[in-house]
Design a protein around this ligand. Structure first.
Ligand SMILES: Cc1cc2nc3c(=O)[nH]c(=O)nc-3n(C[C@H](O)[C@H](O)[C@H](O)COP(=O)(O)OP(=O)(O)OC[C@H]3O[C@@H](n4cnc5c(N)ncnc54)[C@H](O)[C@@H]3O)c2cc1C
Length: 474
C-alpha cells in the first residue's frame, strides 16, 4: 500500500508491516481494498462534503496505548499523521491524503467528579456526550452550540457557547489535558505540570501532540433553563436587530443572544407557508434561574409579529442540541467569520442587505454574543487571545450540490468583504476555511504566534503534527 511521509514522499507499506500495526492495537485498522475496510469510508468522511481526502490507513484507537503505538509506528516509517476528533472542522483538518489517520471516535468515556466539579472526557467525545453525563449531576462544561461537534478540536482552538459569557472561552475552563507527545510519551499538561505545553494547547490546535483526555471545570447549570428561538418574517428585521443590539448590550452574563438571518427551514414550529421564506430569529439561552430567565426574555417574546416562538423552559441538554438538525454532516459548507467589539446600526443594515442575497435555502448570516468573562482575562492568558471580542459574525454558506459551489462561495466572500470593516481585526481559528492562509492565522492567533513557535520547538521539533493550522518550530 502507498502512503505519504512527512516530507510528502510516497512510500510502500508491505502487508506484514500493516499486520504488525494491527497486532499492536486493540482498536481496528482500516484501509481501502482490505477485507476489513468497511469502516474506512466512515472514518475518512468529515462534516464538510467539500473535503474529500483519502488517508492511506485509519486506526480507530481504543485507548491511550493504541495512540502511543500509532505515534511510534508513524515515527518508525516517517508517516504523515492526521487526527480526527469529531470531524467537524470546516477546513477538514482531521483528514489528509496518504496519511495515517488516528480516528478517536471509540474513545468517548466521560467521568464526573462531583466533589471537585471536574469532568474527565476522552478525546473522541462529542459535545453531547459531555453534556449528557454532566447534566445528570446538574453540572455543565462550557462547550459550543451544536452537540455533534468534537470536544477536542473545539477546545484546542478556544471554544465558545451559551456559557462563555459567564466563564470564558472553553479553553479558559480546562484544568488539564493528557497528551501523547511526538516522541510517543504520555504527559499531563496543566498549570503545575508542563505549563508551557498547557499554554500552547489552549488555542494552538493539535500542533503539540495527540490529546487523549481533557479535564473540564464544571459549573452548576440547569437541568432546566429558559431557551429557544423566536422568529419573525425578514420584513421585521430592522426592528428585531435594533432590539437585539440594545438587549445584548445590557444583558446579564447568564443571557446569551444570537441572531440568525436565513430562509426558514422546514421546522415543525414554523408555519408551512413560511418554509423557504426569509426570516430573522433570535436564539436566546438564559442559563441561570428559569424564573429570572422568563423575565429576561420577555421583551423578545412580546416584540412585533412573530411567525414562531419556541423560547420556553426546557432542559439545558436539549438546548445544546437545538441547532443540530440545521447543520447536518454531508452538506457543502463555506464560512467567513470575524470578531466584533460591538454591534453598530450600520452593521445591522449590512447584515440585512447581505442576508437578502443568500443563494441557498441553508445559508445564514449569524451574530453570536460572547462578551463577558472572556474579556476579563489578560491577552497572554492563552493563545486564543482576542480578549476584545464581544460578538462573532459568521457568514455561513451551506448548500447541497457541487454545481452550486461557485455561487455560494461568491455570496459568502462578497458579504464578508462588505462587513469586515466592522471587525476587531481578529478572527476565530476554528472557523477558518481551507482557502484561508497565513494572514488569517495571524488574525486569529497573532499575538501568540511567536510563543507558540517556541512551544512547538520544545515539544514537536520535527513537526510530526503538521496536518493542522501548522505552527513551524522556531
Ligand atoms: C456545525 C458546527 C458548529 C460549530 N459550533 C461551534 C461553537 O458553537 N463553538 C465553537 O467554538 N466552535 C464551533 N464550531 C467549530 C468547531 O470548534 C471546530 O470545527 C472544531 O475544529 C471541531 O472539532 P472536532 O474535534 O469536531 O474537529 P476535527 O475536524 O476532528 O479536528 C479539528 C482539528 O483538531 C485536531 N484534533 C482533533 N482531535 C485531536 C486530538 N485528540 N489531539 C490533537 N489534535 C486533535 C485535528 O487534528 C484537527 O487539526 C462548530 C463547527 C461546526 C461544523
Amino acid at each position: 500500500m502507498k502512503a505519504k511521509t512527512t516530507d510528502d514522499r510516497e512510500i510502500e507499506l508491505e502487508q506484514n508491516t500493516l499486520d504488525g500495526l494491527r497486532m499492536r492495537l486493540r482498536g481496528p485498522v482500516f484501509f481501502p481494498g482490505d477485507a476489513g475496510d468497511a469502516g474506512y469510508d466512515e472514518s475518512r468522511g468529515v462534516w464538510n462534503a467539500m473535503i474529500d481526502r483519502k488517508p492511506a490507513l485509519v486506526a480507530r484507537c481504543l485507548g491511550i496505548a493504541d495512540v502511543i503505538a500509532c505515534v511510534q509506528f508513524a515515527r518508525e516509517h516517517d508517516l504523515l499523521l492526521c487526527i480526527k476528533g469529531g470531524g467537524h472542522n470546516i477546513a477538514g483538518l482531521a483528514t489528509a491524503d496518504g496519511a495515517l489517520m488516528l480516528d478517536m471516535s471509540l474513545m468517548r468515556g466521560v467521568w464526573v467528579d462531583t466533589q471537585e466539579k471536574v469532568a474527565h472526557a476522552q478525546a473522541g467525545c462529542l459535545l453531547g456526550d459531555v453534556d449528557r453525563e454532566t447534566q445528570v449531576r446538574g453540572l455543565a462544561a462550557v462547550l459550543g452550540f451544536v452537540s455533534q461537534t468534537g470536544i477536542t478540536g473545539l477546545t484546542l482552538g478556544g471554544g465558545f457557547g451559551y456559557l462563555t459569557r459567564r466563564w470564558g472561552w472553553t479553553s479558559d475552563t480546562v484544568v488539564g489535558m493528557e497528551v501523547v507527545t511526538a516522541d510517543a510519551r504520555l504527559v499531563r499538561a496543566s498549570d503545575d505540570e508542563n505549563p508551557d505545553l498547557f499554554w500552547g494547547l489552549r488555542g494552538g490546535g493539535g500542533n503539540f501532540g495527540v490529546v487523549t483526555g481533557i479535564d473540564y471545570k464544571l459549573y452548576p447549570v440547569g437541568p432546566e433553563i429558559v431557551g429557544g428561538l423566536v422568529a419573525w418574517p425578514a420584513s421585521e428585521a430592522p426592528g428585531v436587530l435594533e432590539l437585539y443590539r440594545t438587549l445584548a448590550e445590557k444583558a446579564p452574563s447568564e443571557l446569551t443572544l444570537v441572531v440568525l438571518m436565513r430562509p426558514a427551514p422546514p421546522a415543525p414550529w414554523l408555519p408551512k407557508d413560511m418554509h423557504g421564506k426569509p426570516i430573522v430569529a433570535i436564539l436566546a439561552c438564559y442559563s441561570g434561574k428559569p424564573e429570572e430567565g422568563e423575565k429576561a426574555v420577555a421583551p423578545i417574546k412580546s416584540f412585533g409579529h412573530p411567525t414562531g416562538d419556541v423560547l420556553v423552559r426546557r432542559p439545558y441538554a436539549q438546548m445544546q442540541a437545538l441547532l443540530d438538525a440545521t447543520q447536518p454532516k454531508g452538506r457543502r459548507y463555506y464560512w467567513k467569520s470575524e470578531y466584533l467589539s460591538s454591534i453598530e446600526p450600520a452593521l445591522c443594515e449590512k447584515a440585512i442587505e447581505n442576508a437578502a442575497k443568500i443563494r441557498s435555502p441553508h445559508s445564514a448570516v449569524i451574530l453570536f454574543q460572547i462578551g463577558g468573562a472572556l474579556n476579563r482575562l489578560e491577552e497572554e492568558h492563552s493563545p486564543v487571545g482576542n480578549r476584545d471580542a464581544r460578538y462573532v459574525l459568521n457568514i455561513a454558506g451551506a448548500w447541497e450540490r457541487a454545481d452550486d459551489d461557485k455561487a455560494n462561495i461568491e455570496w459568502a466572500r462578497e458579504a464578508w468583504k462588505d462587513m469586515k470593516v466592522f471587525s476587531t481585526g481578529g478572527t476565530y481559528i476554528n472557523f477558518l476555511t481551507q482557502d484561508e492562509g497565513p494572514e488569517r492565522i495571524e488574525a486569529a492567533l497573532g499575538k501568540g504566534l511567536q510563543r507558540l513557535a517556541e512551544v512547538k520547538a520544545r515539544w514537536d521539533p520535527d513537526n510530526v503534527f503538521r496536518t493542522n493550522r501548522n505552527i513551524k518550530p522556531l
